[in-house]
Design a binder for this molecule. Structure first.
Ligand code: HEC
Length: 163
């Protein structure tokens, strides 16, 4: 769990109202191409936000304050990641679509592990956003990048990164 995402009471009441309106109102049609487009935008944006954080990790010059803000954004993006992988958006079902996924079947075969990895990574990014010591930030930055790579190693088909 990520501690900084407190769910406001109004959101719970709104959710209850939607549930009370019946199952049809609570349904949203899932269009696989759109979902994959969404998660690829999110992942690409995380990659872009990681640039100075990666520089910190490898001992290069970076700006601590703005990198902390970026880490906070990356934490929020990692927090929503699991919800962008609904059933029906796997590699096999999307192979012929406009947006073929490169997520391995393991995401859906072992969704709990996938979500746990996303949550842990979100926590690492959040902790990094709270780090004011430069040396500690560099260590935490390397740990966060290792967490991105670990999830890709387990759940994503290897590909040539454009970054
Ligand atoms: C919980 C697992 C998980 C974590 C953590 C994770 N990713 Fe990903 N990432 C994936 C999966 C799965 C895909 C493939 C998505 C698809 O094609 O459907 C992906 C795809 C990508 C892509 C390719 C996007 C594209 O345009 O095809 C980039 C870039 C990326 N991730 C960056 C990152 C960065 C940077 C981090 C860490 C800050 C990160 N990811 C953390 C699972 C993860």
């Amino acid at each position: 769990m990520i501690r900084h995402f407190a769910r406001p009471r109004t959101a719970i009441l709104a959710a209850a109202a939607i549930l009370a309106a019946g199952p049809v109102a609570a349904q949203m049609e899932i269009v696989p191409d759109d979902v994959i487009y969404g998660r690829q935008i999110l992942m690409s944006e995380m990659e872009a936000q990681m640039a100075p954080i990666d520089r910190a990790a490898i001992g290069e010059e970076f700006d601590l304050e703005s990198s902390r803000v970026r880490a906070s954004g990356v934490s929020a993006m990692l927090g929503v990641t699991p919800y962008l992988f609904p059933p029906g958006t796997d590699m096999e079902s999307t192979a012929d679509g406009d947006m073929p996924s490169i997520a391995l079947p393991a995401v859906w075969d072992n969704f709990e592990a996938f979500k746990a990895m996303a949550d842990q990574s979100a926590q690492l990014a959040f902790d990094l956003s709270q780090t004011t010591d430069e040396a500690e930030f560099r260590t935490g930055a390397a740990t966060l990048r290792a967490a991105c790579n670990a999830c890709h190693g387990a759940f994503m088909q290897a590909y040539e990164s454009p970054f």
